[in-house]
Design a protein around this ligand. Sequence first.
Ligand SMILES: Cc1ncc(COP(=O)(O)O)c(C=O)c1O
Length: 350
Amino acid sequence: MLDFKPSPQKPLLFFQQCSAYQASLTTRIHTSSGTEVLVKHEGNRMGLGSFKGLGGIYAVAQLISDQWEVIHGSPLEPSELLSSPVREMAQSISFVCASAGNHGLAVAAGARLLGASSTVYLSQAVPDNFEKALLAQGAFVIRSGNTYEESMAAAMADANSTGAILLADSSWPGYEYPPSLIMEGYTVIAEELKKEFERDVNWPSHVYLQAGVGGFAGAITYMIRHNWPVQPIIYIVEPEFAPCLKASHEAGKPVNVAGPISTMGRLDCKEPSIIAFNILQISQVNYITVSDKDADDATHKLHKNGLSTTPSGAAGFAALLKTETLHTAQANQAFKPMIFVTENANTCIE
Ligand SMILES: Cc1ncc(COP(=O)(O)O)c(C=O)c1O
C-alpha cells in the first residue's frame, strides 16, 4: 500500500512555470441567519472551471517527467518540464481516463500543455458541454456506458490494449501512484489557504469538503491535519445517493454503494478511492450526506450571493446550511465555517 506523503512544494514549483496558474480567491458571504462563511472559489482555476486542473495537469507533467528519467537517467527540474525536448519526447505518450467531466478536462489540458495526447471516456450522463470543452482541449472523446463506473471500465480496457497511460483520479489496490500525484496537485489548495490564514490570523472552525471518490477531500484533509497549526472540525460531504466514503467508514473497509443517479454529477461516485479512504479513516472527520434538493437550494443561495456554481460545487454549502443551527447553538464554540465552491456553472449546465 502506498504511503501518501505529498509535498505541495513540488506541484507549486511546477505551476509557477504555468501562465494559467494563480491562487484562487477566498471571499466571504453571509447565510440568511447571519453566519459569515469563508468561500474558496475554484471556478476559475487554471482557466478550466474547477479545482481539478491542479491534479490532472500536475500528474501528467510528473508522469512525463518519470519517463524522461527512465530514458535519460536523470530527473528533470520543474523549469525544464515545459521545454521543447520534453514536448518532443511527450509526443509519443498518450493518456487515457474516464471522467464525470472535470478530471478529463484536466488530463486533456495537461497532455496539451506538455505535448502528449489524451483520450477521455464519458458516460452518457455527462453533459455535452464537457464534451465540447474536451474537444477544444484537443482530447479524443469516446462516449461509453451509462454510469461513471462503466466509462471507467472502458478507459481501463483502452489502456490495456493500446499501452496508453491510465490516469484515473480514483485509486484501488495495485493502482495508487497516478492518483496519488493527482492528490498531490490538490494539496496546493490547502497550502494557499494556510498562507492566507497565517497572514490574516483568521482560521476556520469548520471545513466542509464535498467528495466524489474522495481525492479532493482526502488531499485537503491530509494537509489540514499535517500542516495547519489551527485544527478545524472537518465534514466530508456526499450526495445521499452516493455516500461511498461514509459507508466505507462505517464498514471499516472500502465498500461500494448502490443508488439512483444524483444531480450532483461530479460527486455521484459509488466506489471510494482507497488512498482517500485510508487518509480519512485516521483523520478524525465527520461524514454528512445532502439531498439533491439541499444541493439545489444551496446552488440558488450561492447564486444570490454572486457565486455561480452547480449542485456539485454547492454541496459543501448545503452541508453547512444543514448543520448551521447545531453549531450556532453551541455558545462555547466559535462558528467560522469554510466551504469550497469547486466548479463554476459555465463548464456544465445541470
Ligand atoms: C466540481 C467537483 N467537485 C468535487 C469533486 C469531487 O472530487 P473527488 O472525486 O476527488 O472526491 C469533483 C470531482 O470530479 C468535481 O468535479
